[in-house]
Design a protein around this ligand. Structure first.
Ligand code: SF4
Length: 483
C-alpha cells in the first residue's frame, strides 16, 4: 500500500461544490473535483482492510451492502494514492463499463459499507472514481472496445438506458453484432431525459454513446417496436432480443380532481426541460411564477425541486408520506447496510437557499386536488401518524388535520410500477405480481426474448441497471453457445 496510515493522518475532505445561489443560474454540473494533492490524500485513507465490504455487492433486508458492480475499490484507491491513474482506470474498468455515469449519479452504497465509516468517516470512493475516469478521458485511455472478431450472431436491444448500454457493450465485446432500438429522439433513456444536466451533463452521455458506436454497436432512434408485427419481425430477424425498456409506468394518484390541468408526472416535467435545453438551448418555464407542489420523496422529486427552482417557481413544497429520518443510524439499520438517515440533497439545499425554508412536509396524505376553471389551484392533505398493528407499522390519518396547500403546478414523483403492459402483450410475455416482465436467468417466458434492468427488476438505481445489463449479456452468451 502506498500509505497504510493515511486514514490516521487525514480526515475525509468535503468535495467542493458551486454555492447553491450561484449554481441555480444555469443547468451545468456543479460538483468540483479534488485538487491533485487532496485527491492522493483522500485515496490514501483507504485501509485495504481484510474484508472490503465496500465492494461486496450484497443485498440484505432490501438494502445494498457495498458496490453492486463489485468495483475493485481498495485496488483503485491504492493506484490513485500512487498517482497511477492508468492502473486505477484499468482496475476500475474491469467491473464498471461506465464509471462516468456512476461517479456522478450513484448514491454510493460503497461508502456506507466502508470499514472506515464504523467509527469515523468513509473514504471518498465516489469522488475517487470520478477522478479516475475523468483523468482517463483526459489521458485518452478510454477507447472504443472492439471485439477480435464477430461470431455471426445478431442481438437486438430495445431501449438505450444504462442496462441496455451495458448489455450492448458486453455482447459486442463477446463478438455479437448488436443493434439498439430507441423509441425516443435521443439515446440514453433515463440518462438522457430522466436525470437533469446538473447531475449528468448530456455531453457525458453522448461521449460514451459515440465510443460504443465506434466499437461497432448500431444505434437507431425513433424506433417504436411496440406492436405485434414489429415484435415478431425482431424475434425472427435476430438470434436474441433484449427488452431493456425500463419501468416506465409512473404511479398515479387517482383522487378527486386528478383530471385538472397543471397536474403532471415528474418524469414528463424533467423530460420537457431537458428536451427544451437540448433543442433550443433554453430551459422550459412551466414552473415559472407558480406555487409548485411535488408529491414523493425519492431522487426524482429532488430533481424536480432543483429544476423548479431554476425555472423560477414562486414557492416549492414537497410532500412525503414517511416521517423525518433519524440523524444517525438506528439499531435496525446497522453498518454495513446502506444508511437510512436524514440528508439534504442538492435540490433541497438550493430550495432552502432561495426560499429560506425547507420544502419538505413530512407524513402528509394527499386527499384531493382543488381547481378553478379546469386548472389546479390547491391540494387538500391530512397528517399521517405511524401506528403498530399486528406487529407491523402502518400509516393512519390524523382526524381533523386536513389543510389546504396552494398549488398551481403539481408534480407526481411517486415512483414507477413496472413496464408498459402493451409492450409485454405485443411480445406475448408474462408479467410478475409487480408488473415487471417475468424471467428466469434473464430469459422471459418467450424463447429468444431476454429482459434486463428496470423492466425486469422494477425501478432501481443506475448502478444496479448497469450490473443487470452485464449479467443479462452473460446469460445470452451462455444460451446461444448451447443453442
Ligand atoms: S458505482 Fe456506486 S457503489 Fe460502486 S464504487 Fe462507484 S459510487 Fe460506489
Amino acid at each position: 500500500m502506498a500509505n497504510p496510515r493515511g486514514f490516521l493522518e487525514f480526515n475525509r475532505a468535503k468535495i467542493a461544490k458551486i454555492a447553491p445561489l450561484e449554481r441555480i443560474k444555469n443547468y451545468k454540473e456543479f460538483t468540483l473535483a479534488f485538487d491533485e494533492k487532496e485527491q492522493i490524500e483522500q485515496a490514501s485513507r483507504c485501509m485495504n482492510c481484510g474484508v472490503p465490504f465496500c465492494q461486496a455487492g450484497l443485498v440484505e433486508d432490501k438494502k445494498d451492502i457495498g458496490c453492486p458492480l463489485h468495483n475493485l475499490i481498495p485496488e483503485f484507491n491504492d493506484a490513485v494514492c500512487k498517482g497511477n491513474y492508468a492502473l486505477a482506470y484499468e482496475r476500475l474498468s474491469l467491473t464498471n463499463p461506465f464509471p462516468e455515469f456512476t461517479s456522478r449519479v450513484c448514491p454510493a452504497p460503497c461508502e456506507d459499507s466502508c470499514v472506515c465509516a464504523i467509527n469515523s468517516q468513509s473514504v471518498t470512493i465516489k469522488a475517487n472514481e470520478y477522478a479516475i475516469i475523468e483523468n482517463a478521458f483526459k489521458m485518452k485511455l478510454v477507447k472504443a472496445s472492439k471485439p477480435q472478431h464477430y461470431n455471426g450472431l445478431k442481438i437486438a436491444i430495445v431501449g438505450s438506458g444504462p442496462s441496455a448500454l451495458a448489455a450492448a457493450y458486453k455482447l459486442n465485446l463477446l463478438g455479437y453484432k448488436v443493434s439498439v432500438f430507441e423509441r425516443s429522439d435521443r439515446l440514453g433513456g433515463l440518462l438522457m431525459y430522466g436525470i437533469p444536466d446538473m447531475k449528468l451533463e448530456k455531453s457525458v452521455v453522448e461521449r460514451r454513446i459515440e465510443l460504443l458506436r465506434q466499437s461497432g454497436i448500431e444505434f437507431k432512434t425513433k424506433q417504436d417496436i411496440n406492436s405485434k408485427e414489429k415484435a415478431d419481425t425482431l424475434i425472427k430477424d435476430y438470434d436474441a432480443v433484449i427488452l431493456a425498456t425500463g419501468a416506465s409506468k409512473p404511479n398515479d394518484l387517482n383522487i378527486k380532481g386528478r383530471e385538472l390541468e397543471g397536474i403532471m408526472f415528474a418524469v414528463d416535467f424533467l423530460t420537457l426541460n431537458t428536451k427544451s435545453l437540448l433543442d433550443n438551448g433554453k430551459a422550459a418555464s412551466l414552473a415559472k411564477g407558480k406555487d409548485v407542489l411535488i408529491i414523493g420523496s425519492g431522487d426524482t422529486s429532488v430533481d424536480c425541486v432543483a429544476v423548479a427552482t431554476r425555472q423560477g417557481a414562486k414557492s416549492i413544497t414537497r410532500f412525503e408520506r414517511s416521517p423525518k429520518r433519524p440523524l444517525t443510524r438506528t439499531k435496525d439499520n446497522p453498518w454495513p447496510l446502506k444508511a437510512d438517515i436524514f440528508t439534504t440533497d442538492y435540490g433541497l439545499e438550493e430550495a432552502i437557499a432561495v426560499y429560506k425554508k425547507d420544502p419538505r412536509e413530512y407524513q402528509k396524505a394527499t386527499q384531493e386536488f382543488i381547481g378553478k376553471n379546469g386548472k389546479v389551484t390547491a391540494v387538500l392533505a391530512s397528517d399521517l401518524k405511524r401506528v403498530q398493528k399486528e406487529g407491523k407499522f402502518i400509516n393512519q390519518i390524523v382526524p381533523n388535520s386536513q389543510k389546504s396547500y396552494k398549488a398551481d403546478l403539481v408534480l407526481l414523483a411517486m415512483g414507477f410500477s413496472g413496464c408498459e403492459n402493451e409492450l409485454a402483450k405485443n411480445f406475448k410475455l408474462e408479467l410478475d405480481e409487480k408488473n415487471n416482465i417475468l424471467s428466469t436467468n434473464y430469459q422471459s417466458t418467450r424463447k429468444k426474448v431476454f429482459v434486463c434492468g428496470d423492466a425486469r427488476m422494477g425501478q432501481s438505481l443506475v448502478v444496479n441497471a448497469i450490473e443487470d445489463g452485464k449479467c443479462c449479456a452473460k446469460a445470452i452468451s451462455e444460451f446461444l453457445s448451447k443453442a
